[in-house]
Design a protein around this ligand. Structure first.
Ligand code: 3H9
Length: 708
């Protein structure tokens, strides 16, 4: 017999002495206030109902529980708090079972760990990913996970933020029982019955020990220290990992309640840290970029076979990304030697994975079976989408598009992988500009997540939607961009890169600039990046722009002097740095400093020193100011699109949320004041973006435009 009472987000039903507590809070059953209150009420109800002998927690939909409701962070807390809910579950006098069929993440896993028994179905996945949001598991997770799976394994789960499978969770001790099937209620009820038949008692995780004597404690602490050392590089600059380790240490050394109290206080510290704000912004921003206006009116076109024109590094990287996504790929090159090189570039990626033991030769063969090389455009007559990845030259690209227009079937999407060029002009080379779009991949294209989807004037909405669908298939993070020189990312890069050059000409060394940028949280400074990418690339762009450059604008020639010597960076053994014998980490080069000095003297510049803070104030002001112009011109839909571009394409530290979010957190008024001060030295370069001035005047910030 089934008796039912319902709360909006938690529904209970008593079924054969078991109270089934169903969390039903779409889309992912996040632990909102209503869910927390519903869980507490359900526990009370179960405790008081003599007909109930056990409680079964299940999630409705695809997910068990995806964790705390991230949208509530930063708002005033509302009772009941999640740690209290978890403690209440654990304290229940009737056995509580969690039956997990989907994601049990963060607070969701903490709820499960507070239950007395855990059952998992094959699609379940487990994780404590709070670190990705600048947090630590704050509802008992730091104390219960070590008790169930051991201190080092628990710390690893929390520091990496990784998800593990049901099988791995069982092996680790998080899960008691693994069952087949997809219905957590049926499997959970059967498990509950079996437990009751065995006379299973309430079993509280808090009563488990991590280490029961001094020797075990010492071993657990040593393992934890080793893990902390091993992960130090990956967690560099982050606030919460050290706090996670402190909590796990407490789980080893202190009684449960003291560990919980420490966890609480450190969680609150993390919650109020700016890193939490930055990381939560990044979480939502990367989901928002897929919400584009074209989606309201258009559906994607068919996408089952694609072609790539050009087998260089970029073309091969795109081919690998597409092959990995299961798409058949035709690669076209102009002659036999070039297509052989193209195929070799593709195979090199897979051979590298085989050498590292991450791919079998059989898997490579199965993937390469989807790859077709050709030297003839006729081979792509029936593909659904073509990506041109030939030399970055407008006339060369236009010639390719004339050919594509000639051979491709009607309705095929014709995409260009340009980083800077005018896609409207490329589209105009065809008789079907409605089918032409920009897909700006980042190198290496099989690894880098960002895909700028560049929308020219005449493209039809369904082509834009198809490009977003492709991004999803390739597991890329797409950002919609408008046509201009450099689109979102490279246009802004060109501006702050100039500031780096100004700083060097005015007195900072390139090594000081790089160091300041690294201290800010980037993995590399701008001069290191130039050396990695090849100085000749930027040199070619500067030459291309020379004719249109404002003669009044400040131009620093130091990089040109370096390139004139053939010093293009790592590939030539020297650039801004020296790379003896193919070293990947460069050494400062006294000859570069001499070139810098000579250029300063030539211009009669009176040099001065810059602190790391002064360097970053200029670097970031230039980035954000140009970002504001890009948003105002509609090149980026919202400030968050600029943020995601920089997080995924340019190494911007995720915990700062992106340049526009960073600016909001620093204060737009401060930033504008900086720009106005710098303008006293160079009013032409430092022109404040009208949007920035307007927001400051209205007392608003960039995030107000994200919500619009
Ligand atoms: C925590 O638990 C703290 C506790 O330790 C302590 C507390 C005291 N809240 O990703 P999707 C939204 S911290 C609110 O596209 P998928 C998401 O924004 C939390 N909203 O789907 C999107 O909304 P929209 C620790 C959330 O199938 C929609 O749901 N947990 C939350 O690709 C669909 O999301 C995590 O960090 C949330 N917790 O992936 C897990 N989660 O449709 C975070 C999602 O409006 N979540 N949304 O754009 C995930 O990793 C993925 O969402 C998940 C599903 C794997 C669950």
């Amino acid at each position: 017999m089934l008796t039912e009472s319902s709360a909006p987000a938690v529904v209970t039903a008593v079924q054969e002495n078991v109270m089934v507590v169903r969390i039903d809070n779409p889309p992912v059953n996040a632990l909102s206030q209503a869910v927390r209150a519903g869980l507490l009420a359900a526990l009370e109800q179960a405790e008081q109902d003599p007909a109930v002998t056990a409680v079964l927690l299940v999630g409705q939909g695809k997910t068990f529980i995806a964790g705390a409701d991230i949208r509530e962070f930063g708002k005033p807390p509302q009772a009941p708090a999640l740690p209290d809910v978890c403690n209440r579950i654990e304290a229940s006098r009737k056995i509580v079972i969690a039956a997990i069929h989907g994601a049990a993440l963060g607070g969701g896993l903490e709820v499960a760990m507070a239950a007395h028994y855990r059952l998992a179905l094959p699609m379940a996945k487990f994780g404590l990913p709070e670190v990705n949001l600048g947090l630590l598991p704050g509802a008992g997770g730091t104390q219960r996970a070590p008790r169930l799976m051991g201190a080092a394994a628990a710390a690893d789960l929390m520091l990496s933020g990784k998800h593990i499978s049901a099988k791995a969770a069982q092996a680790a001790g998080l899960v008691d029982q693994l069952e087949q099937g997809e219905d957590p209620t049926a499997a959970g009820l059967a498990y509950a019955k079996a437990l009751l038949a065995q006379g299973a008692a309430v079993r509280r995780t808090r009563d488990f020990t991590v280490a029961s004597d001094a020797t075990q404690k010492a071993a657990a602490l040593a393992e934890l220290d080793a893990l902390a050392a091993a992960t130090a590089k990956k967690t560099r600059g982050l606030f919460s990992p050290a706090k996670i380790i402190e909590c796990v240490r407490a789980a080893i050394e202190l009684p449960f309640d003291q560990g919980l109290a420490l966890e609480r206080s450190l969680f609150v510290e993390c919650l109020s840290s700016p890193q939490r704000e930055g990381l939560v912004h990044a979480f939502f921003a990367e989901r928002e970029t897929t919400k584009i206006p074209e989606l309201q009116s258009a559906k994607p076109r068919a996408l089952s076979r694609i072609a790539i024109i050009g087998g260089g590094t970029m073309g091969a990287g795109i081919a690998v990304a597409a092959l990995d996504a299961g798409l058949p790929v035709v690669m076209v090159e102009r002659d036999e030697a070039s297509i052989q090189r193209g195929q070799a570039n593709v195979e090199k990626v897979y051979d590298g994975l085989i050498a590292k033991g991450r791919l079998t030769p059989e898997a490579k063969a199965a993937t390469m079976a989807r790859y077709t090389p050709s030297t003839s455009y006729e081979a792509i007559a029936d593909v659904d989408l073509v990506i041109e990845a030939v030399f970055e030259d407008l006339e060369v690209k236009k010639a390719v598009f004339v050919e594509l227009d000639r051979v491709c079937k009607a309705g095929a999407v014709l995409a260009t992988n340009t980083s800077y060029l005018d896609i409207d002009a490329i589209a105009a080379a065809t008789k079907r500009p409605q089918d032409v779009i920009g897909l700006h991949f980042f190198s290496p294209a099989n690894i880098m997540k960002l895909l700028e989807i560049v929308v020219p004037a005449k493209v039809s909405p369904d082509v834009v939607v198809t490009a977003f669908e492709l991004a999803k298939r390739l597991k890329k993070v797409p950002v919609r961009a408008g046509v201009c020189d450099g689109f979102i990312g490279n246009r802004i890069l060109a501006v702050y890169k100039q500031v780096a050059d100004f700083l060097v000409e005015d007195g900072a060394s390139p090594y000081e600039v790089d160091e300041a940028v690294r201290q800010f949280g980037y993995p590399m400074g701008p001069f290191q990046v130039t050396d990695l990418a090849g100085g000749d690339i930027g040199w070619a762009t500067r030459k291309r722009r020379a004719a249109t450059r404002d003669p009044q604008a400040r131009y620093v020639e130091i990089a040109d002097r370096i390139c004139e010597r053939g010093w293009f960076g790592q590939k030539t053994g020297r650039g801004w740095y020296l790379y003896p014998e193919g070293a990947r980490v460069g050494q400062p080069d006294p000859e570069v400093l001499a070139i810098v000095d000579a250029e300063r003297q030539k211009k009669g510049i009176k040099t001065r020193s810059f602190s790391a803070d002064e360097i970053m104030r200029r670097y970031m002001a230039a980035m954000v100011n140009e970002g504001a112009k890009v948003v105002a011109e509609g090149i980026a839909l919202r400030p968050l699109d600029v943020d995601v571009t920089f997080l995924y394409g340019y190494g911007f530290p995720r915990w700062r949320g992106g340049p526009m979010q960073w600016a909001d957190m620093v204060g737009l008024d401060k930033l504008l004041a900086d720009i106005e001060e710098f303008a006293k030295e160079d009013a032409l370069f430092w022109q404040p973006a009208p949007l920035l001035k307007q927001l400051v005047a209205e007392g608003k910030n960039f995030s107000s435009l994200n919500r619009a």
